[in-house]
Design a protein. Structure first.
Length: 194
């Protein structure tokens, strides 16, 4: 790459080392291997006050989230399935992106967005994947063609690698899509519109 592509990963759960966070780390590790600069905003980083548009003062963690997304060329969203949808932790973090409504690139505009959904079974993972993609569209992002659903009841992670080679391959392939798409957009400016 001629210029560095920046990818921010947002997600996980309050539990350190959650499956969602481990899957997010696989994607970011591959993006870094491909030459991207990566930042992880995991569970502890997303422990934010509830988003309230009437309160203009943001916590340091919320300001960091906004700044990381603002400078990112690509984003990875990873959420555990909570009652068939995105966790409150991840949803609240995404609600904070409302602060980017007046930015030069509002919300997730012009950014490649990879979605990873983790459930204790396929039903929750798939419905959470659909919710993440819907949220990405609502925030004007460009979801990668490949999104990854992980059944945590059947798919182990160990030492930064997914124990299911098929899911590992999907996470790696999605990272490639994010980096490639972000690099093209940064080079051509073709996705910078509102």
């Amino acid at each position: 790459m001629s210029s560095t592509v920046r990818i921010v990963g947002i997600g996980g759960s309050p539990r350190a080392g959650s499956t969602a966070e481990q899957a997010l780390r696989v994607v970011l590790a591959e993006a870094a291997r491909l030459g991207a600069e990566t930042t992880l905003l995991g569970g502890p980083d997303l422990d934010l006050p509830l988003y309230d548009p009437a309160r203009p003062v943001r916590s340091p963690a919320a300001r960091r989230l906004i700044q990381e997304v603002l400078r990112a060329d690509g984003v990875v969203l990873a959420s555990p399935a909570y009652h068939g949808s995105v966790s409150g932790l991840v949803k609240n973090a995404l609600d904070h992106l409302e602060d980017l409504s007046d930015a030069d690139r509002p919300y997730l505009s012009g950014r490649a967005v990879g979605c990873v959904a983790v459930g204790h079974g396929w039903q929750g993972a798939l419905s959470t994947m659909a919710a993440l993609r819907d949220i990405t569209h609502a925030l004007r992002g460009w979801p990668t063609p490949l999104g990854v659903a992980v059944n945590s009841a059947a798919v182990p992670f160990e030492a930064g690698v997914c124990g299911d080679p098929r899911i590992q391959g999907q996470l790696v392939a999605m990272a490639g899509q994010i980096v490639e798409f972000a690099a093209r957009a940064a080079f051509t400016g073709s996705l910078a519109g509102h």
